[in-house]
Design a protein. Structure first.
Lengths: 99, 412
């Protein structure tokens, strides 16, 4: 068993189209950096200078890490981590329309 | 042609062309309109502004459109009322009400943002406009959209005050009442906006739409005789109005219309939905979402999109925040009506009640030139004060009966 990590649509290009990938237990930031070795470019989209970007929400088992220990929140085997862009509400982008 | 250079991410600074987009593809930050201020400076002088019709478009160079405006040609330029009676009552030397209770055509400041959003939607070539709304925006998109000939989809929380629902239906939009609160409606609209090629004024048109709020700030300065006030108290829902009023003052300084800006910006919220004020008071940057529970439904956004930036405006300007109870809100609505003859909706009660607290705590000085941003009309939310007003004096249709009542009135 590993940590389940849900990837939003705009970042799935970096995970080869996968909606869910497996991560290593530890802190959130170590998990992100670890994933970056497998899926290069992922970490800089989610974090900057070791901090989660302001408009990216990270949830562990549906709890916002901002209300736990932020980047230092520990995750263990079997936990589910969701990465969700804050504004687009689930990683959607509008399509250009009407012309 | 306009003076818009493009869109820029507020977080990472990546630049984008002008399109109906609102999120940075790289870091997911919100996009903001960037202008060519040097170009605007050459054109937009005080004399030029004063020569134009009195509506928000007299500042059109600072609005994100390329051609001439096509919506809200009578919106904006509401009165700045010198509130001597209320000021005297509160012990404030110079108090003003920016009275957006009389904005054309739907009696709230949303007519400003919608005027800009629909003018931009037309430039983009959309034929359908939509919004997620707590009521005022629903009215405004319904009305402006009708006048401009757009197909309209309006999404509201089903729990909205009945009078607000009826006021939207008058304009015959497609009104979608969602079982959920505003944050639920907003989430749903993000999904709808992703699927349908519509101009959602507060989603994919948001970077343009939000710029309309700046007009309130420009007008305050112009109406004060080209002076920025010492303090502005602004009600916060998403926090957007507050950030845009601040931006408007800085822009006026940037293009040479006024000198250095020393205005303090204050945030007003209802205690039952005060995520922004809470962050301000605690001195933190993280907005903790809340489940709203307040009579001020037009401010009931538990997860405010511009909350972080609103806290930064307060920090940068040296302002603060206050939150007030439902009882204080209702009392303030009545106080404003009884002293200045202005009947504001619940958000106006929040603003005045918060201003009183900020004055009592010494955050607003008694001699500060203070402006209250009163954003919507009380006739829209009469339910809020029902049961909290006096009753009429019932009489028979004869003079004797009237004089008996008069005796009681004089004795009271």
């Amino acid at each position: 068993m590993a940590v389940k990590v849900k990837i939003p649509v705009p970042l799935q290009r970096l995970t080869g189209g996968r909606e869910e990938v497996e991560g290593t237990p530890g802190t959130i930031i170590s998990l992100i950096n670890d994933l970056d070795r497998k899926y290069p470019g992922l970490a800089e989209r989610i974090s900057e200078g070791g901090k989660i970007r302001r408009f990216v929400n990270v949830y562990v088992n549906e709890e916002d890490v901002r209300f736990m220990k932020n980047e230092e929140t520990e995750v263990k085997d079997g936990d589910e981590v969701s990465i969700v862009p804050a504004i687009a509400g689930g990683g959607v982008f509008c399509k250009k329309g009407g012309r | 042609m306009g003076f818009v250079k493009g869109l820029k991410c507020r977080e990472c600074g990546r630049e984008y062309a002008v399109d109906p987009i609102y999120v940075c593809e790289f870091c997911f930050g919100p996009l903001e309109v960037v202008y060519d201020y040097d170009g605007i400076m050459d054109v937009l002088t005080r004399e030029e502004i004063l020569s134009r019709p009195q509506n928000l478009w007299r500042y059109k160079e600072l609005m994100p459109i390329d051609g001439e405006p096509t919506s809200g040609l009578n919106s904006g330029f509401t009165p700045l009322v010198k509130a001597d009676k209320l000021g005297g009552y509160l012990g404030l030397k110079e108090l003003y009400i920016k009275d957006d209770t009389v904005t054309h055509p739907t009696l709230s400041f949303k007519d400003r943002v919608v005027a800009v959003a629909l003018s931009k939607a037309r430039e983009f070539g959309f034929d359908t406009v939509a919004c997620a709304s707590t009521g005022n925006l629903a009215h405004s998109v319904s009305a402006h959209g009708a006048a401009a000939g757009f197909r309209r989809f309006i999404f509201i929380p089903a729990s909205l005050e009945r009078s607000k629902i009826v006021a939207s239906l008058a304009y015959e939009p497609n009104l979608i009442a969602v079982d959920g609160n505003y944050d639920d409606v907003n989430r749903l609209c993000s999904e709808v906006a992703n699927k349908y090629p519509w101009a959602f004024v507060n989603i994919n048109i948001r970077p343009f739409y939000a710029e309309g709020s700046k007009s309130q700030g420009y007008e305050i300065v112009e109406q004060l005789g080209w002076k920025a006030p010492d303090a502005i108290v602004v009600p916060c829902a998403s926090g957007s109005l507050m950030t845009k009023i601040w931006k408007s003052l800085k822009e006026m300084n940037r293009i040479g219309l006024i000198g250095e800006v020393q205005t303090k910006i204050f945030s007003a919220q209802a205690t039952g939905c005060s995520p922004i004020v809470r962050a301000i008071k605690e001195g933190v940057d993280v907005i903790k979402p809340v489940k709203p529970d307040t009579v001020a439904k037009s401010l009931a956004i538990g997860n405010p999109a511009d909350g972080f930036y609103a806290t930064q405006v307060v920090k940068e300007s040296g302002g603060f925040g206050a939150d007030v109870s439902d009882a204080e809100i209702i009392e303030a609505i009545k106080l404003l009506a009884r002293t200045e003859g202005i009947f504001a909706e619940t958000a106006g009660g929040v603003t005045l009640a918060s201003a009183i607290k900020l004055m009592e705590s010494g955050h607003i000085a008694k001699d500060a030139v203070t402006v209250l941003s009163i954003t919507g009309n009380g006739l829209k939310t009469k339910e809020a004060i029902m049961g909290h007003t006096a009753e009429p004096h019932h009489i028979d249709p004869n003079l004797k009966s009237f004089e008996e009542a008069l005796k009681k009135i004089n004795a009271a």
